[in-house]
Design a protein around this ligand. Structure first.
Ligand code: NAD
Ligand code: UDP
Length: 315
């Protein structure tokens, strides 16, 4: 198959490229480089089935193939707060460009949405039928509302144009190739601990997240695209193992074998209090379930960061 991965030089996109190259497919990664890093896919350069094109997906592009994965978007709070208008545009204009490309090719399409569409949820855990509790004018709105618009547009291309499209809502995912500078909690805590610096806990640390290892997520993304009868469906993809951020900070201290202190910083605006996916739909329909425990996945990620920081220290 010929597969397009928009956002292919990003954290998740690069693992998706690896997955399909390993299966023998031809993969074109499109990436503007706004938050991703070409080094994430440098190891694929030897393959004549892989190409990386520097391209902003809000601009049309010619391509022929079978499946379009739309993962292009700043994803970390620091990333989208730095690029709010680009975030709105890639999830709206960019989604339309890629849906049009899928329509012209008769190709399958997948939109990578987010648990952030549930906002600061009033229902716990979150299932796909929950409509969410989003502040439409707050600082996170560029991301949350951008993704909600992208979801609505995807559904209209299913209803109006019969595009074979589906939506996944990704919950906090981590692993090797997390950008050490993008401000998300997993790279922040690991880099801080390995550098012997204090761990920065925002608020009192009682807020919760549920962390999914990237290898598990990638299997789920492929299943959502290629399982039969998934046109127009929405799937939560994440690991339901919910932890408080304080507990997570303590885990990082323990698994890095460091003795760094935990210091408190203010909680960012509109930071969701609780988040845990209900993945029963993905389990039943996609036969997918995450298999990597937090302890295993974090240990692998720490090993990756140790190596990376030796190669290239974070300033
Ligand atoms: P990332 O920032 O590492 O990757 C996103 C990639 O998209 C980057 O390489 C960036 O340069 C590229 N990009 C952004 N705007 C673009 C544009 N206009 N044209 C072309 N390329 C563009 O983030 P990630 O964690 O890999 O996230 C991938 C996708 O998954 C995003 O859509 C994100 O919203 C979604 N998601 C991720 C998580 C997570 O925990 N990692 C959670 C929820 C949703
Ligand atoms: N967080 C923290 N310290 C950090 C970075 C993040 O305590 O150095 C908290 C943040 O306030 C949030 C959680 O960790 O409650 C997850 O943050 P992240 O930015 O990874 O993603 P989010 O789930 O908020 O999009």
């Amino acid at each position: 198959m010929r597969i397009l991965v928009a956002g292919g030089a990003g954290f998740v996109g690069s693992h998706l490229c690896d997955f399909f190259i390993a299966q023998g497919h031809a993969v074109t990664a499109l990436d503007s480089g706004i938050t991703g890093r070409a080094q994430n896919v440098a190891h694929l350069a030897h393959s004549d089935r892989f190409s990386l094109l520097e391209h902003d997906v809000t601009e049309p592009i010619a391509w022929q193939g079978d499946a379009v994965f739309h993962l292009a978007s700043p994803a970390s709070p620091e990333g989208y707060l730095r690029h709010p208008i680009q975030t709105l545009r890639v999830n709206s204009v960019g989604t339309e460009v890629l849906l049009t490309l899928a329509r012209e090719n008769g190709a399958k399409f997948l939109f990578a949405s987010t648990s952030e569409v549930y906002g600061d949820p009033l229902v716990h855990p979150q299932s796909e039928t929950y409509w969410g509790n989003v502040n439409p004018v707050g600082p996170r709105a560029c991301y949350d509302e951008g993704k909600r618009f992208g979801e609505a547009l995807t559904m209209e291309y299913v209803r109006q144009h019969a595009v074979d499209a589906r939506i996944i809502r990704i919950f906090n995912t981590y692993g090797p190739r997390n950008d050490p500078r993008d401000g998300r909690v997993v790279p922040n805590f690991i880099v801080q601990a390995l550098a012997g610096s204090p761990i920065t806990l925002y608020g009192d640390g009682s807020q919760t997240r549920s962390f999914c290892f990237v290898g598990d997520l990638v299997r789920g993304i492929a299943a959502a695209m290629f399982t039969a009868d998934t046109q127009g469906e929405v799937f939560n993809l994440g690991n339901p193992d919910e932890r408080s951020i304080r507990e997570f900070a303590e885990l990082i201290v323990r698994l890095t074998g460091t003795n760094v202190p935990i210091v408190h910083k203010p909680l960012p605006a509109d930071d969701p209090r609780r988040r845990r996916p209900d993945i029963s739909k993905a389990q039943a329909r996609l036969n997918w379930t995450p298999q990597t425990s937090l302890e295993e996945g974090v240990a692998e990620t720490i090993a990756y960061f140790r190596q990376e920081l030796e190669r290239q220290p974070v300033q």
